[in-house]
Write a protein of this length. Sequence first.
Length: 675
Amino acid sequence: MSLFIEARRKMLFAVIALSSIFYSPEIWAKFLNGGIYVGNSNPAVGGTVELNGVVFTDLAESNITVTIGVHAVSAAGAIDSSPVFSKVFTGQNFYAREKKHYKIPYVVPATIVTGKYAMVMKVGRTAHASDLLLTQGTVYPYVMNLKGSGDVNQPEPSPSPQPSPGPVAGEPANDVSNGLVNSGVWIPNKTVNAGAAIKIHNSIKATRALSNVKVVMQVRQILSSGAVSTSAVAEKVVTGVNFAANESKTYIYDYAIPSSAVGGQYILAIFAVSGDGGTYHLAVKKSVSVNVMTVVSGGTNPTPTPTPTPTPTPSPSPTPNPSPVPVGSYLRGINIMDMGIAGHVVPGVYGTNYTKPSFEAIRALKERGMQVLRIPFLWERIQPTLGGELDQAYLGLLKQVLRDANSVGIKIIIDMHNYGRYKKNGVVTVFGASDGPTPAQYADVWKKIVIALKADAAAHNSIYGIDIMNEPQGFPSAMGMTPQKLWEHYAQAAVTAIRQAGETKTIHVEGYSWASADRWPSLHPVAWINDPLKNIMYHAHQYMDNDSSGTFKVSHAQEMANAKAQGHASVAARGIARVRNFTNWCAKNNVPCFLGEFGWPNSHVVSEADAREWNATGEEFMRFMDSVKLGGTMWATGTWLNANGNILNAYVLPKGNQSILPLSPAAVLENHLGK
């Protein structure tokens, strides 16, 4: 890089700490500061300073204004709202997970008033519409100590006091801000009484090898202004930490909240201290709301905060008979295909035809904010002979997934992914056919499954729902019943058997004809299951392509033309109209409901432009889901899927020391987690 040096005057670039850390929830949910760098450290007045900033977004956004400015910093550490210099970039369009690099020359005027100046990046719909956009590596803005004309003999200003946990240097040789990121924070129970302890898990990833790093984790209060306090109420410190390149480390601690803590909201602030003492705040890579906890105290001065309401996360502690999900609450998550793939090869061979999600994958999805996972499995694999005993090896794989989920505090829907069919002797047989499974045989397998899972407390505790059959379809008219009535009869047999086995968990019952949300009211005019516990959740699927198949065979532009020809304003409006048939039915019948499959193409399979349109469509669709409080699991991800392995893949799951890779649909899902 170029250096401009003049003995008469110099500008010193240093990092100083402000009096507080500012979080902008609206911006944090969408944009991140991917890094700030001031190119030359000793330019002369009248010389040029190279200002570099990177803006990163999780979501596709259009018509955004990015402003990069130089602002005066007061002696108290406050940044002046008006810049002495700024460059405004209007009409900026971002696709999901895009980084834009802005490089600006700043000519330092000789008339500058002596003092400290910060490089500030802002993002919003209009210039200066947002708060300071924080960098992933550090919350401390780059500050220039500038001398104006005639101030040659003035001494350099003294640095401002530094916040806990330690001193903040300039740019150290071992710059951890460019080497470490906070790859996840989750809190199993986000409410704690003052005087008690709260368990917090967090993960840090190194993008390059680092040695002798001190990691400081502090519980800090969010003040009524939205700023984060500079003092901690609880702290954990780990010293002498060494990271290999791309290595992640997870820390799990109970943080004792003092009885004197004021009621209100708090976050976990994570700092990395480099070998030479430089301290850098590691920002959460998504909305700060995932890192918010509430402290309840007996005092009368709770502190309000403008941050979003934190997402409730089920506690991993065993509860033998948990109550149904409270009215008005809903969970969101994703399907993991692993145990239900290769249905044409049954029973198949583990590791060759099918697999199971790893503990690391489950934990990574939890860290991304998932609250529930739908785990498909196959009837033929868990019960190789109709009416026979369960296969203990396959059952053991399912139990291990459930135990792993329980250990990280995520819930599971177990899903018999068989479409109302059973393959025996190489021949697929269907419910209602003369050679097909009988209602008694269907009841038998579910009775045996729930008894086996109830015997394993840790596995059983993680179950959120029991999805008795995926997408029943293609039945004959039999037993004097239409195909849909035949499915209702089989479903009732399974529910009755599950309750007779003593199982109290929520039972998910899908609708006939591919669980179609659109066709649900015409196929099932009324809720039909008789459950003594009244703990049934009706479960539909809906995709937004023209035939609702989820294959997405044409471009988004063609889908838009199709939707408009059908009388809909957009592809999203068509999808919403279809799913509204189901949600209206739920409201009419006063029953809880769930959308177990939905999704749209990712940017590794379709063009970036198409992916942006699909994400915008998905955003509108999920806003409707939010408005009616409809829980759901996106389709899908899987251990053996790569980025372009499936058009609907939303995550590449971690393998070995790799980190999870969110694909374009994940950004929308993570923006619409449950309540």
